[in-house]
Design a binder for this molecule. Structure first.
Ligand SMILES: [Zn+2]
Ligand SMILES: [Zn+2]
Length: 298
């Protein structure tokens, strides 16, 4: 239970902001200063760009012009290989203070980040779905592999889900939000997807999740919560199994969204298709769909 020690240490020992180093009052609930919290802004304001209305990727200047001219609002990837989630929104971009905060939450035992630093932002991100999502939602955090959760002592996605739901019950009293921690189960330890090559990523995600309680999701809309969306592969796989278990819609809300321009990788999807990005482009340079023996180049 390392986090207990870490949390007590964080509360009792006067120290500096764990993000920027500024001095802080000794009895702060969490060692992140107000200035750092204030610098993490909503994703829509941070990105000087048009976002894909499905997955939240920045379209890029050229692509945004193209999309406007063609009357489309989704990125190339979502149009060519549509995800099974209906829409993904994030509180903020994965950069600067947010990157550090998520690191503190996940790897340095600072559970309080979820409740006291990111809770309001998570609730605000969920509220962006109010025009499209049902008011009755099953809230499902992306599960961790059991042994890994035991070692960490908590699942950060669950803490974020609880923090968001706590606020939404006050902000949206007409909504019915049911937290379900057992609906989805992680069957494999899919660590560090971003570090894997396409073959490893495909193998890693295959059978990674299963719906353990189909009753909880059948005929319902699911709100899937995670800390970060990078390539979208995890959200796609969770949405796929949730929909095949009868979920009518799957909405995805994450604390942060990493934009693909920094992801020099090949992205694997559940359809066995994949896209390649280069480091300087927000557009896939190539999408391969082996099932259809089709290759689309850009
Ligand atoms: Zn600070
Ligand atoms: Zn998209």
């Amino acid at each position: 239970m390392e986090w207990v020690v870490a949390d007590i240490f964080n509360i009792l020992m006067p120290s500096d902001c764990r993000v920027c180093g500024a001095a802080m009052a000794a009895l702060a609930r969490v060692r992140v200063c107000e200035a750092c919290v204030a610098r993490v802004g909503p994703q829509v304001e941070a990105v000087q760009d048009v976002l894909c209305t499905r997955c939240g990727d920045a379209l890029g200047m050229e692509s945004a012009r193209f999309a406007a001219a063609m009357g489309v609002s989704e990125c190339t990837m979502c149009r060519l290989v549509p995800p099974q989630f209906d829409r993904a929104v994030a509180f903020s971009n994965y950069e600067a203070e947010m990157r550090r905060m998520l690191h503190l939450l996940k790897f340095e035992g600072m559970r309080g980040i979820a409740e006291h630093v990111l809770g309001d932002g998570m609730a605000a991100a969920v509220r962006r779905l109010r025009e499209s999502a049902a008011t009755e939602l099953v809230v499902v955090p992306v599960p961790m592999f059991a042994a890994r959760e035991k070692a960490r002592g908590y699942n950060q996605a669950r803490l974020l889900a609880e923090a968001a739901v706590k606020r939404l019950r006050r902000l949206e009293p007409d909504w019915t939000l049911r937290l379900s921690f057992k609906a989805l189960e992680r069957m494999k330890d899919t660590r560090a997807l971003y570090a894997l090559n396409p073959t490893q990523r495909r193998a890693s995600l295959k059978g990674a999740f299963r719906v353990a309680d189909a009753e909880a999701v059948r005929g319902r809309e699911v709100l899937l919560i995670d800390d970060i969306m990078t390539t979208g592969a995890t959200a796609r796989e969770c949405a796929r199994v949730l929909k095949s278990a009868g979920a009518t819609k799957v909405w995805v809300v994450t604390a942060a969204k990493a934009q693909p321009e920094s992801v020099q990788s090949v992205v694997q999807h559940e359809t066995e298709s994949f896209a390649m990005w280069d480091a300087s482009s927000t557009q896939p340079i190539c999408i391969v769909q082996p099932e259809a023996s089709r290759q689309v180049r850009f």
